[in-house]
Design a protein around this ligand. Structure first.
Ligand code: GCV
Length: 669
């Protein structure tokens, strides 16, 4: 089985950077995670020093050493105990270095941070260093199914399952090391769409094997979560209903959860997709989402378990003729009234936007609406609608924009980051989750460059103040080459790639013009006359969905000033113009261009930008590992073909709708 080590593929550092203390790690803490910290130090530093390193029992005399220690009384300045526990510090003491964690888990994070700094030659500039993670929970959501497929997976098959068996091998260990090294502390091991066989994951059919994962995860400070089927009492318990207020249903879940904790005492909890896209849920019984979530949360509470409930609840059987029902409204409409009704161990997991991970969407208004409910943001590292890891789309700039969006929930200065990190409402059950983009491809992520999104998610969840460039540069140096010359090509390429993807795909926030079965490649009307609630409403005069008062009223879900800003065409940020308004093709944008000319121009530019990225990438031949070079070169070829297809289909479609030609006379079909 072939797999790369991604950012844990340490290279020997130059001689002048090798400090004496590096060779003498002294582990002053005990416990399983502290032992992992010691092992990880030895692996990484051994590779960077070019010789085997082992832990010392004690420091002898005045020889410099690197001390790995846990100090439960360490002063951290963290805003709550949960985050204090996750805090670590790295400091020099004479010629020695101390890596101190407030807990074993924090020590492990300290070791990963230290080795990264050594590899990037950042120690002089960064020490003394303290890290209080921003997000209490930093979670990866796998959409892996037990047959071995991955829903919306673009990097091969699952490395967790094959043919309804749970796999466990060296790759599993490498995966967990990679996740821990970027700060991930929670992993959901199965798809939110829990099918027939996966329903048995919480039973003895699979629990013993799940426990092996949980034990491995725990050694790396990661808690294991599972998705459950809300109708499990019917499927597994022969109970005629799964009504959350039914005593038999409640008792069934209590027993099931009790047994899970008997086998896996460190189990994290459940993630649930209910009443969504055909999944069962409380609505069937006239119960609320809070009834459903609390019932499960109460079963988990005695064991310290957490219940994560998704807000991706909407009607997927809409009528395209209906201009009033608006899928964008659904999450807010379902959940806002329930604010304050969820138990303390419930977290609502909210997709970043109101629709579904499009290349451009406004931020979900729920982040500014809920005030007495634990919240977690759900991002998608898997590039379902953003190029499927064929096309390059570095998502960190998008996520930074989302996290810094001011919700005005507690007046000006309440960004999403503050809300989901728990700072706004003093919460501890909150954080960031993301649908992961891994599979069993040799490079884990299909396109090597898609690894930057995986790496970046973890880094951002630990420290949202990192810039997208910093993350890109770290990733590039750790994965491709330490040379400035390579970073000078790769970092700008990553940084511009989201805008490029947006340029050649659907314009100004409208989204969805993708091929319905695959969600890759253009099909302008693919979803237009369908049931999914995803329409662009183009006609001969204009394009866009009116979500103002006169339209669906979605705009009213935002706090002021957004409600007013989004509500008027001339103040609405233009990148979201078509999300909020139905706009004539002749409308003049701030650039002085008409809407139709903007569409033509961006689509021609998008293709030119891909051609330029391809040229830039070609210049790296021989300067980065050949395997990565060839992999990405092949992806760029496919991206270019895709971009051309998008350009020509979009431009032709709108030209045929409105009959207005391109001012520059370029070829439109
Ligand atoms: C896991 C979109 C995706 C589905 C996904 C769903 C969700 O609709 O296309 O594959 O299902 O989102 O987030 O639940």
């Amino acid at each position: 089985m072939q797999y790369t080590k991604c950012w844990l593929d340490w290279k020997e550092i130059p001689k002048e950077q090798k400090r004496k203390c590096y060779y003498r790690p002294v582990l002053l803490a005990c416990g399983p995670v502290a032992a992992t910290a010691g092992e990880e130090y030895c692996i990484s530093m051994g590779e960077m020093l070019g010789r085997e390193i082992s832990l010392l029992e004690m420091a002898d005399g005045c020889e410099p050493a690197v001390f790995l220690e846990v100090d439960g009384a360490m002063q951290t300045g963290a805003r709550n105990e949960a985050l204090a526990e996750q805090t670590f510090a790295i400091r020099e003491e004479g010629d020695s270095i101390r890596i101190t964690g407030r807990s074993e888990e924090a020590l492990l994070q300290g070791v990963f941070a230290f080795t990264r700094m050594v590899s990037l030659a950042q120690l002089d500039e960064k020490l003394p260093f303290q890290c209080i993670p921003s997000m209490p929970l930093r979670m990866m959501d796998h959409w892996d199914d037990m047959d071995g497929s991955i829903e919306r997976g673009y990097s091969g098959r699952s490395f967790f399952y094959d043919n309804y068996e749970i796999l466990y091998n060296e790759r599993t260990e490498m995966y967990v090391r990679l996740m821990a090294s970027i700060g991930v502390n929670a992993i959901v091991i199965n798809n939110v769409n829990v099918h027939e066989r996966e329903t048995y994951l919480i039973t003895d059919a699979y629990l013993a094997q799940v426990k092996k994962y949980a034990d491995l995860f725990a050694r790396y400070g990661i808690r294991l979560f599972m998705c459950v089927n809300f109708a499990a009492p019917m499927q597994l318990g022969n109970i005629p209903v799964s009504d959350p207020l039914d005593p038999d249903v409640i008792a069934w879940w209590q027993d099931a959860v009790k047994h899970v904790y008997e086998v896996i005492p460190e189990f994290g909890g459940f993630l649930v997709k209910a009443d969504s896209e055909g999944r069962p849920g409380p609505i069937t019984y006239g119960r609320t989402q809070a009834d459903g979530a609390n019932m499960l949360a109460r079963a988990l509470a005695p064991y310290g378990g957490i219940l994560i409930w998704r807000c991706f609840v909407y009607n997927c059987r809409q009528d395209w003729r209906d201009y009033k029902t608006d899928r964008a409204r659904a999450a807010y409409d379902h959940f806002i009234e329930l604010d304050g009704e969820f138990d303390d161990n419930v977290i609502l997991q909210i997709k970043n936007g109101p629709m579904d991970f499009q290349v451009r969407e406004p931020v979900s208004p729920l982040f500014g609406g809920l005030k007495r409910t634990n919240m977690m943001i759900e991002l998608q590292i898997a590039q379902e609608y953003t190029g499927q890891q064929i096309d390059l789309c570095y998502l960190i700039p998008m996520w930074k924009e989302i996290l810094s969006f001011d919700t005005y929930a507690c007046g000006e200065g309440t960004p999403v980051e503050q809300v989901v990190s728990g700072r706004s409402y003093a919460q501890v059950n909150c954080g960031m989750a993301a649908v992961i983009n891994t599979g069993d491809d040799e490079n884990w992520t299909g396109n090597d460059l898609a690894g930057a999104n995986l790496y970046g998610f973890g880094r951002l969840a630990m420290d949202p103040s990192l810039t997208a460039e910093e993350i890109a540069s770290e990733w590039c140096r750790l994965n491709l080459s330490q040379s400035d010359e390579v970073a000078k090509v790769v970092v700008p390429m990553l940084m511009g790639s989201w805008a490029t993807y947006e340029n050649y795909s659907s314009p100004l926030g409208i989204g969805w013009m993708v091929s319905p079965p695959t969600h890759y490649g253009p099909d302008v009307d693919g979803f237009e006359y369908d049931r999914w609630g995803t329409y662009h409403r183009s006609d001969l005069h204009g394009i866009g969905v009116d979500r103002t008062d006169a339209g669906t009223g979605y705009v009213n879900q935002y706090n002021e000033p957004w409600r007013s800003i989004y509500g008027k065409m001339d103040t609405c940020p233009e990148e979201l113009l078509l999300f909020f308004h139905h706009v004539p093709y002749t409308y003049v944008l701030k650039t002085g261009k008409t809407l139709i000319q903007h569409i033509y121009d961006t689509h021609f530019e998008g293709v030119e930008e891909v051609e330029e990225m391809q040229r830039q990438w070609a210049s790296l031949e021989g300067k980065i590992p050949d395997r990565a070079f060839r992999c990405v070169s092949e992806r760029f070829e496919r991206q270019l073909a895709n971009a051309i297809e998008w350009r020509d289909r979009i431009n032709t479609y709108f030209y045929r709708k409105c009959g207005i030609g391109d001012e520059k006379g370029r070829k439109i079909y």
